[in-house]
Design a protein around this ligand. Structure first.
Ligand code: NAD
Ligand code: DAU
Length: 348
């Protein structure tokens, strides 16, 4: 039985990845290592928590000794690393938290893997999950590819870029068998309502203003989270050591157009008169250093590994909205307490 240690498995993408591996790989032991920050929620994994091949370890990746002892205990053959501070706005308010978790935490994991595997790398793999934000901002034309130079603009993307560089450096210097992927914006169930799509859904349900930054013309490429989880499984199983793979949805939307679509879908689902939710849209102060446009050319992973998204934006958004409407208790739970303080500070 192989042991696969997945970090950040209680978060948004991580929980979908953990579920997929627990269900699709019954002869592998899946260890979910997570510190359970505000973004981590074991409720996300209720349906698999009793599986024979699943275990949870509450560990903070900033704590090198705790990481090492978790590696010693479980002897993982592979690591899939998703744990991170992931929200750009929070990185602007508190950059050092991002250095600590995303840079130092990643280095702690790399060291633990290097020490455990001691150069016997056959059958071992360290897979680092990264973001398209490391490439910076695009103008109206063009796409990010695996060859695009790094040019991060926010403390979040700078910390992810630094972690990517450490992963590559451990491959070049110590021969650690690593693979990386850089993905565009995910959406879907269990997405924490600090990010655009779940924040808009939550505020529509509450009848609260819908804060659109700047002129709303910023563009993102959106991928359904299950499609990302499938891409991660594909890269994990078939990607080449030392390689990176760009993952995207071929699905670009200007924020304001996306918010309009969400408003109309929510009105339809809630039986509101069309146009009611659009009336909540409020243009607010822009995010500092806001990247104009992200877009991914995901042809390498398609050409070499055969992955492409299965959901259209229409089917993905329908599933997402349905999930939030059926899981209002989840939303209430994650938006009580500390979320309120964050929200008031961010949108004052
Ligand atoms: P998330 O914020 O929803 O979840 C992060 C998880 O990491 C949480 O469970 C949290 O408890 C855990 N965590 C945070 N700090 C930790 C620490 N110090 N020690 C241990 N665990 C810790 O994030 P997400 O949106 O699911 O993103 C997961 C990964 O994918 C991140 O590395 C992110 O950079 C990357 N990514 C995200 C997107 C996206 O659109 N959300 C796109 C591309 C890449
Ligand atoms: O591109 C991948 C990245 O996508 C991931 O690496 C990040 O972890 C993830 O958070 C996401 O980053 P973004 O900054 O693109 O996502 P966010 O949902 O915060 O914002 C999406 C767009 O919507 C962006 O242009 C900012 C805008 N926005 C966001 C919020 C929260 C608003 O206009 N209003 C808002 O209230």
């Amino acid at each position: 039985m192989k042991t696969i240690l997945i970090t950040g498995g209680a978060g948004f993408i991580g929980s979908h990845v953990v579920r997929r591996f627990v269900q699709q790989h019954p002869t592998s032991m899946i260890i979910n290592l997570d510190a359970l920050t505000y973004a981590g929620n074991l409720e996300n994994l209720k349906d698999v928590e009793k599986a024979h091949n699943y275990a949870f370890e509450k560990v903070d990746i900033r704590d090198a000794a705790a990481v090492k002892s978790c590696f010693d205990k479980h002897q993982p053959d592979a690591v899939i690393h998703l744990a991170a501070e992931s929200h750009v706005d929070r990185s602007i308010a508190d950059p050092l938290a991002f250095v600590e978790t995303n840079v130092i935490g990643t280095a702690n994991l790399l060291n633990a893997a290097k020490e455990l595997w001691q150069g016997a790398f056959e059958g071992k793999r360290f897979y680092h999950i990264s973001t398209d934000e490391v490439f910076g901002a695009l103008g109206a034309e063009g796409f990010f590819t695996e060859e695009t130079p790094y040019s991060p603009n926010s403390p979040y993307s700078a910390s992810k870029a630094a972690s990517d560089h450490f992963v590559r450096a451990y491959h070049e210097t110590y021969g650690l068998p690593v693979v990386l992927s850089n993905c565009s914006n995910n959406y879907g169930p269990n997405h924490f309502p600090e990010k655009l799509i779940p924040l808009m859904i939550h505020n529509i349900l509450q009848g609260k203003p819908l804060p659109v930054y700047g002129d709303g013309k910023y563009t993102r490429d959106w991928l359904y989270v299950e499609d990302h989880a499938a891409a991660i499984e594909t890269v994990f199983l078939h990607g080449q050591n030392g390689q990176t793979y760009c993952i995207g949805g071929w699905n670009e939307w200007k924020n304001i157009d996306l918010v309009h679509v969400l408003c109309d879908l929510m009105d339809k689902n809630l039986g509101h008169p069309q146009g009611q939710s659009r009336g909540l849209i409020t243009f607010v102060k822009d995010r500092p250093g806001h990247d104009l446009r992200y877009a991914i050319d995901a042809s390498k992973i398609y050409r070499e590994l055969g992955w492409k998204p299965q959901e259209t934006f229409e089917t993905g958004l329908a599933k997402t909205i349905e999930w939030y409407l059926q899981n209002e208790a989840w939303l209430d739970n994650v938006t009580s307490g500390a979320y309120q303080t964050y929200y008031v500070k961010q949108y004052a």
